[in-house]
Design a protein around this ligand. Structure first.
Ligand code: HEM
Length: 137
């Protein structure tokens, strides 16, 4: 078989479609977009918690209870938790892929990473939504 120029078609088989994916492209894009969101979320969080009227000295149970009574701050903290975990986790995935020398080391480090991500995201999300300010009863 030849093409319009009279050249033979390449004999090397094409990679099967099922193995082609844009995962790394989306992961690269996600790091940039989540990074921009984290600048606002994390710097805002640091400013409110550490600098604004009284900084850390005013943080206690009542302060946290007051904040989480508002869906806005619940969503802020939820977005920060999810984005920092997925951004940080995806970043560490890259570091592990780059530095682990043996397949088994790479595999188990990534399992450890993914398990820790799921645990921290689940526990944090659970706390944000089930937090009860009435600890007396
Ligand atoms: C201020 C907000 C942040 C911005 C603008 C930001 C931006 C970025 C970008 C663009 C990358 C990709 C670098 C590359 O592909 O070469 C990256 C990687 C990474 N980020 Fe962030 N990030 C931020 C916050 C965070 C936070 C809060 C964490 C931890 C929870 C984190 C952990 C990581 C890790 C572990 C990597 C991988 C580093 C590497 O590939 O060597 N980042 N960050």
């Amino acid at each position: 078989m030849t093409n319009a120029l009279g050249l033979a078609k390449p004999r090397a088989p094409r990679r099967p479609a099922a193995r082609r994916s844009n995962f790394e492209l989306y992961s690269w894009l996600f790091m940039r977009i989540s990074g921009m969101a984290l600048v606002v979320l994390v710097l805002g969080h640091l400013f409110i918690m550490n600098i604004l009227d009284g900084g850390v000295h005013r943080i206690n149970f009542g302060f946290v209870a007051g904040r989480w009574a508002s869906p806005f701050w619940q969503m802020w903290d939820l977005a920060m938790l999810w984005l920092a975990q997925i951004h940080g986790g995806n970043g560490l995935r890259t570091v592990i892929n780059d530095y682990a020398r043996k397949d088994a080391t790479r595999f188990w480090l990534k399992i450890l990473l993914y398990v820790s991500m799921v645990l921290i995201i689940s526990l944090g999300t659970f706390v944000i939504f089930t937090f009860d300010p009435n600890i007396t009863d």
